[in-house]
Design a protein around this ligand. Sequence first.
Ligand code: DSN
Length: 442
Amino acid sequence: MITISDPDIQRIIEDETLRQSSTLTLIPSENHTSKDVLAALGTVLSDKYAEGYPGKRYYAGNAVVDELETLVQERAKKLFGVPYVNVQPYSGSPANVAVMLALLEPGDAIMGLDLPYGGHLTHGYERNITARFWKSVPYKINPDGSFDMDAIRELARKHRPKLIICGGTAIPRSIPFEAFAEVAQDVGAYLLADISHISGLIAGGQHASPAPYAHIVTTTTHKTLRGPRGALIMATERGFAKDADIGKKIDKAIIPGFQGGPHMNTIAGIGIALLEAAKPSFQVYAAQVVTNAKALADALINAGFSLVSGGTDTHLLLIDLTASGIGRGIVFQEALERIGLIANKNAIPNDPSSAFYPSGLRLGTPAITTRGLTASDMRQIASWISQIGERTKDIQIPGDAEERAAVLRQFRESLKTDSFYETLEKDVRALAARYPIPAQSS
Ligand code: DSN
């Protein structure tokens, strides 16, 4: 671990290092980067301003970072089979907004998966900038996790969106890129595939690529792709066939349109992650992510849980907890955190409860697979989740705010006093200790 002279920040870094190593991360959008990626983030590359693009910067002194950005662009283009990439977006939300800024006029219609059905804030959620500057027409996912492409086509024909977005944050099954491309073609819209959750699976050969179908592809770099926090915007051959200026428009939208200087240390980390993702060992990793997710899904189903879509094709599972009461995602999230399993409450399709008290639990295997956990460990994790369900089954979340606060107060007190949780915590810590986080191992 690095040592820094600020004792307060040093202690916080040590605390977080310990928290991560002594617990198991089941949040599907999180992962553990390699030591090399972490090292690149803490370099002098962080100090350089480089507004513009290689060969066309506003400030002096950019010859070295020009070489870096060009190298990282080439790695991304090769890995994802696209002719254009912008590696500068600070993260996924800026990437998606930049695409809209590049290709749309204010007020144009956009269609994305509704947030409570597994979309993302920037896919047109009503309280996000993307719904304030553009006219958002959200589509939904079926309760069984499938896409009703006839309904999506009908909606598109009615509203004539200029941009259709596919992808999301809680989709356990494969995304039908070709079917979305047909709808986009039908109404003359751009198709944006947001592959943030699955880009590592695509690079690792475990999910079809959107490159033959979408015009633009965005991805964060820190989820299954296992790089630093950042993002890529890619344009495909199909994108250039629709709009020969698509690359120039995206470059201009990032800077001067939306962002300032790129974070060159992050871009170096992305380059390292792309090189790692091109190796045969990453194919093995991606396959194990999916194997583990399927094993976890099977074990949870055997334990009596109901999963949205009945299972998974990817790294992600969504448990529908409504059989034991609505709005209980928070109970699972907090009880699991108490024992060292870090997962998140999540809305399920047609959730009968509210966004803050949803009825689902979202789980994923990217981070634990990086640590080396395998299918037999998934059965153990499912057993702990099942025991938590049994222990908390009487805790129901009232609709009334005051009653709910009282129930949650009592529940949180029990997390401190009930020795059941302490026993499970020891077991989780013992499993976590068997699988050190690679970047923390010497
Ligand atoms: N926050 C990310 C996720 O958890 O899926 C999406 O941006």
